[in-house]
Design a protein. Structure first.
Length: 445
């Protein structure tokens, strides 16, 4: 057992016992009230999940184990040649609730490098798919094809004490994270580069090796991939990809089945697919207005027309946040340092200056500020990765860090199968009727 795994066991097993005792004493404690509107509106803000790895505050933004994104960029280990944090270090933090040193991050990088060899049958399965199939669909199928390697599925079938479920889940999660960049890069090269694949370079860190296999070897792009894969990793448990991974995992499905289901959720236009919608919207605006006409006034008019047509401005608004997404600000800071004169990047900044005011004037949008998707596409285009249908796959590789760390914890803490109660509309009508108090007319004397 590696020392990271030993340290996880030392933390998780006592905490599972602590939670069991806590529930014995407090399981009937009410967290608050919720409304019929929340029941119909996607259960927004109903406190019904426990996710240890991150918490999304409406005003402060995402905190990974209590740390903000600016704090992570300062405190997580990084290479001497780069100021951006290593995602290997973030995974250590999510798993162990401890800021790692460089040796800790390097240990995880070495483990992933050793486990990164993808079985041949996985590539064969992907190669049987149409080249023009959406990359996210190929990605999900590639993950499913790796399920034949699951330690958890084999151990469960052989008979395993439930207190030990976390162990093979840990093994599956580490192997899956190790192999995802290879799978993703393979899909990218077969879909957009005529199947001319690039072998991995084990001397590179996880993010840089991913960029290398995609075919982009600029040092600045290595840096951006480290930032991208860090800030997209986790977003507490209620977002669709995290919740779906947790939900399917609660049935004791293995990491491959659980994560593939989460990626199918990420592929939706209201979730991870939004990043490609942003760049499509900007390029369409640029085409219609022309390069010389892209003034802030023209952008403002284009936004108003988008709203008048009954469409949304992609990249703006968030189910929880009520301020500019710190992940957007991190990318803006990166762009100001590395590509301040890029045309597309400047369009993103100009949209940022005018869109919140316009969206706020409608009175229908609680958060008129940009989210993470509003900026990522412009940076990827700057570095030459222009195939925006692939952007959600990048998001998916990153999101594995958070949802799989949480999945290990789910099994360590003995989280049960998720089965919320549903009711019919008639039940709700009857409930409301039963609670209605008849008004008593005042007596006039």
């Amino acid at each position: 057992m590696g020392y990271i795994k030993q340290r996880f066991a030392a933390k998780a097993i006592p905490m599972a016992a602590e939670i069991r005792e806590f529930l014995k004493q407090n399981e009937n404690t009410e967290l608050g009230t919720y409304t019929i509107g929340q029941v119909y509106g996607g259960m927004k803000s109903i406190k019904a999940l426990v996710t240890e790895t991150s918490l999304l505050d409406p005003e402060e933004g995402i905190r990974f184990r209590g740390y903000t994104i600016p704090e992570l960029r300062e405190k997580l280990p990084h290479l001497e040649s780069c100021t951006e944090p290593l995602p290997e270090g973030l995974f250590h933090l999510l798993l162990l609730d401890e800021i790692p040193n460089f040796q800790d991050a390097q240990h995880i990088a070495n483990v992933w490098a050793r486990r990164a060899i993808v079985p041949l049958h996985v590539f064969k399965a992907i190669d049987r798919l149409p080249r023009d199939m959406h990359p996210m669909t190929q990605f999900s199928i590639g993950i499913m094809a790796m399920q034949s390697e699951s330690h958890f599925a084999k151990a469960y079938r052989a008979g395993l004490n439930k207190k030990e479920y976390w162990d093979p889940m840990y093994e599956d999660a580490m192997t899956l994270i190790a192999r995802l960049p290879r799978i993703a890069a393979y899909i990218y090269r077969r879909s957009y580069k005529k199947g001319k694949h690039i072998e991995p370079n084990p001397e590179l860190d996880w993010s840089a090796n991913f960029a290398h296999m995609l075919g982009y070897n600029q040092p600045d792009f290595y840096s951006y991939m480290r930032l991208f894969l860090t800030i997209h990793a986790d977003h507490e448990g209620g977002n669709v990809s995290a919740h779906t991974t947790h939900l399917v995992g609660s049935t004791l499905s293995d990491a491959y089945l659980s994560f593939a289901s989460g990626m199918n959720g990420l592929a939706g236009p209201l979730h991870g697919l939004a990043n490609q919608e942003v760049i499509r919207w900007i390029l369409d605006m640029k085409k219609k207005l022309g390069k010389t006409a892209l003034t802030k006034e023209a952008i403002e008019n284009y936004i108003r027309q988008t709203l008048a047509d009954g469409k949304v401005v992609p990249g703006y608004g968030h189910a929880v946040l009520r301020k500019t997404d710190p992940r957007f600000l991190a990318q803006m800071e990166f762009a100001k340092k590395h590509c301040p004169d890029d045309e597309l990047v400047n369009i993103v900044w100009n949209v940022y200056e005018v869109a919140p005011k316009i969206l706020g004037e409608t009175g229908k949008i609680k958060n008129p500020w940009p989210n993470v998707d509003a900026h990522s596409g412009s940076l990827l285009v700057h570095y030459g990765l222009v195939e925006y249908d692939f952007y959600t796959v990048l998001f998916g590789v990153s999101r594995a860090l958070g949802v799989l760390a949480s999945l290990i914890w789910d099994r360590a803490l003995g989280m049960g199968i998720e089965r919320p109660k549903s009711v019919t509309t008639q039940w709700l009508k009857d409930y409301v009727a039963s609670k209605t108090v008849k008004k008593v007319e005042p007596v006039i004397s």
